[in-house]
Design a protein around this ligand. Structure first.
Ligand SMILES: C[S@@+](CC[C@H](N)C(=O)[O-])C[C@H]1O[C@@H](n2cnc3c(N)ncnc32)[C@H](O)[C@@H]1O
Length: 291
């Protein structure tokens, strides 16, 4: 006989052996998925009750996939982002906690502003658009992605959150098909240099879509093209929020200042204190000095 408590401890220890970041949380998530309960309900579950053999087999099959490095979000089909459930599948990158920094900053900027037009460029699952739309109901969003597969998943997420009247999905190479200029561009685009791709964690390398990761030779090819296009797709007082790799700050500011001579900017750190978001105001009156 195996109790729930024993099973969770066993799963946790096996997950530790593959170096999972938070083995206890992952063990809980597997059991929450199998028992179809929230984490609070899982804690309330009788920990000493025997688990049916068939239930244990189902849970074990999920654990075995995870032990082969498949990301948990793909196994259970969802991930929490900004307190919201987002459907996940190998069609798109799994939303990351560090991207919540960009959402926080964007929402703060939007606070008190009504009816803003926003483009989420490289929307993937549409996690960013959904978090913005839920927290700023008067905004209109365009969620753009070059990948049809990602847009398919984004559609399922937008429908699940009943945001189809607020978020329009558009297949587009960056801003090419954006119907008109917007007040805000939000972009978490691929920024990993091609040469670094073989060194990514195997769960990223083997399972997540390459198109969501590959930023070209220096990692900045796609961001550079976006900045070029932004000139024509941003309203005069518009603002650009970019998620970046901390090593890219200087290069991006230098590129942006080539396109926007009156640029001002702000760099925002993530919770680990690393530069994670650049906020660019292309037509600022007071221009920051570019380093
Ligand atoms: C790093 S993922 C981010 C996904 C999502 N924004 C998030 O934060 O979870 C980058 C996304 O950009 C998309 N992408 C890559 N190149 C693109 C391009 N040229 N135009 C539009 N989207 C692109 C990919 O398909 C992928 O969905």
């Amino acid at each position: 006989m195996t109790t729930l408590q024993q099973a969770i401890i066993k799963f946790q220890s096996e997950l530790s052996s593959i170096g999972a970041d938070n083995p206890r949380l992952e063990a809980d998530l597997i059991w929450m998925n199998i028992l179809n309960v929230s984490r609070a309900e899982l804690f309330g579950y009788s920990q000493h009750e025997a688990i049916k053999k068939s239930t244990l087999i189902k849970a074990r099959s999920l654990l075995n996939r995870r032990l082969k490095n498949e990301p948990l979000a793909y196994i259970i089909g969802s991930k929490e982002f900004y307190g919201l459930k987002i459907k996940t599948s190998p069609k798109a990158l799994i939303p990351r906690p560090e991207t919540e920094v960009m959402v926080d900053e964007a929402l703060e900027y939007l606070s008190g502003k009504e009816k803003m037009l926003i483009a989420d460029v490289g929307c993937g699952t549409a996690a960013i658009s959904i978090a913005i739309a839920k927290n700023n109901p008067s905004a209109t969003l365009y969620a753009l992605d070059i990948s049809k597969k990602a847009l398919h998943l984004a559609k399922a997420n937008i429908l699940m959150h009943q945001l189809e009247n607020q978020i329009e999905l558009i297949q587009s190479n960056l801003l090419t098909n954006l119907p008109h200029p917007v007040d805000m561009l939000l972009a978490n685009l691929p920024y990993i240099p091609t040469t670094q791709l073989p060194y990514l964690q195997s769960e990223v390398q083997l399972y997540e879509p390459l198109i969501a990761l590959n930023g070209g030779i220096d990692g900045l090819e796609i961001i550079n093209t976006l900045l070029q296009q932004a000139k024509y797709k941003l309203l005069p007082q518009g603002v650009i929020f970019l998620e970046i790799d901390p090593s890219q700050v200087k290069k991006i500011l230098s590129l942006a200042s080539d396109y926007f001579p009156s640029l001002s900017y702000n760099v925002v750190n993530d919770l680990t204190g690393r530069s994670r978001v650049i906020v660019l105001k292309p037509n600022s009156v007071a221009s920051n000095k570019i380093i």
